[in-house]
Design a binder for this molecule. Structure first.
Ligand code: SAH
Length: 395
């Protein structure tokens, strides 16, 4: 459990966002509360989006006072917000004094997808990913991971309220400081932001439990996707622990090329990785695996490579999602031309696979796949206006 030292009082506070239901129940009982208090708390925090314990009016007064003294709802602090012309929004969030991570909201007609981070930076060093360039700083806590979803729902609700009825912005929202809510802005969550989620296994699993819990965000397992570069032992552990959609960053049809693009392949080569994926599928009905494949001009986009990829996945219920490469400063790669991406997809389809091309979103604000970098926070900007949590729109 994460403690936080309050600068003004010196008191250590427990972050309620760090606790999936069983932990919260244990915590509540430690304080002498009845088990149903934990469900009441979850309801306030996740269904109503309430962050102030004092406002959780149906908690017994004594219990509320005791809780308010020791605990809090502590989501990451917002450092900056950017909005793309296509409606995509990116928030930069504070991890530590000089460290930041990012989350991205992608609105579509029938859903709102939040792309969240699991680590500050990343240790895996994939050659085509800009997050890799900044190195690894630390794992995010469960509270920092689930706090992204909590915060995005509140931010989007506030933006929707401000924009008024009839605006295109919001998918929904009646979620604002204690009002009961029936719908939330975030309907889908993907672990495709900064970091390798399976390298931060415990904290990510805790956050997934809260996403799926009917007393938490109550998302269906089809609406939560975990993307991994291929940490094989952790895929086996994942198969035992939770039921979510799995996305695997394959990116190449042979080991020589994949080891160059995704260095973890030297430790866990393609055959081993695919075994783990089929195991994940076989363990439970209704699971899905999608293979992500970034389209790099002249590197992995030839027709022969499409045929080889199709042979690898033949006869399996696997989907391939082609991601047009998103460039970033200093990269040696270029995006494959659109017609080559289309013929690559068609080749896969001809050979019996399900293949799609991911639409690039938020490119103008560097919010597209592989472009999240977090950058170092300038503390002087953060304190602008005397308010620590000031919203600064960059650019
Ligand atoms: N660490 C996880 C999540 C990473 S981001 C993973 O590796 O799966 C989600 C997807 O974006 C991954 O498939 C990743 O390989 C891809 N990606 C990374 N950099 C990219 C870039 N510059 N352009 C397009 N896709 C990229």
């Amino acid at each position: 459990m994460q403690m936080h030292v309050d600068a003004s009082t010196g008191a250590e506070r427990t972050n309620l966002l760090d606790m999936p239901r069983p932990e919260l129940e244990a915590y509540v009982s430690e304080l002498g509360g009845k088990p149903f208090r934990a469900r009441q708390l979850l309801n306030w925090v996740y269904k109503r989006g309430e962050g102030r314990i004092a406002c959780m009016t149906d908690l017994a007064k004594d219990f509320r006072a005791q809780l308010a003294e020791r605990a809090e709802v502590r989501a990451p602090r917002i450092v900056a917000v950017q909005q793309s012309q296509d409606g995509t929004r990116k928030w930069k969030l504070e991890a530590d004094a000089s460290q930041a991570f990012e989350m991205v909201y992608i609105p579509e007609d029938d859903r709102g997808t939040l792309c969240i981070s699991s680590q500050v930076g990343c240790a895996l060093d994939c050659s085509f990913c800009s997050t890799a360039q900044q190195g690894f700083n630390r794992n995010l806590t469960t509270g920092e991971i689930i706090g992204q979803v909590w915060l995005a729902n509140r931010e989007l609700a506030a933006a929707a309220a401000e924009a008024g009825a009839g605006s295109e912005l919001p998918i929904v929202s009646r979620l604002d400081g204690g009002q009961p809510t029936t719908e939330r802005a975030v309907t889908n969550v993907v672990f495709m932001g900064m970091g390798e989620p399976l390298a931060n296994f415990r904290n990510v699993i805790g956050a997934i439990h809260i996403l799926l819990d009917d007393y938490g965000f109550d998302l269906s397992r089809r609406r939560v996707t975990l993307s991994t570069s291929g940490l094989v032992p952790q895929i086996y552990r994942l198969a035992e622990e939770v039921n979510v959609a799995l996305a695997v960053s394959l990116h190449a049809p042979d080991d020589a090329l994949r080891s160059e693009l995704v260095p973890i392949n030297r430790k866990h080569p393609i055959a081993e990785l695919l075994e783990a994926c089929w195991h994940y599928l076989d363990e439970r009905n209704g699971r899905s695996v999608t293979f992500e494949y970034v389209m790099l001009d002249g590197v992995n986009d030839a027709p022969a490579q499409a045929r080889r990829l199709a042979r690898l996945l033949a006869g399996r219920p696997a989907k391939v999602n082609l991601i047009p490469f998103n460039p970033f400063p200093g990269t040696r790669y270029r995006r494959s031309p659109p017609e080559r991406i289309v013929s690559f997809r068609d080749e896969l389809i001809r050979r019996g696979l399900i293949a799609t091309i991911r639409r690039t979103r938020g490119e103008d604000i560097d919010a597209a796949c592989g472009q999240l970098a977090g950058r170092v926070i300038d503390r002087t900007t953060v304190r602008l206006g005397g308010r620590k949590m000031s919203l600064i729109v960059e650019r």
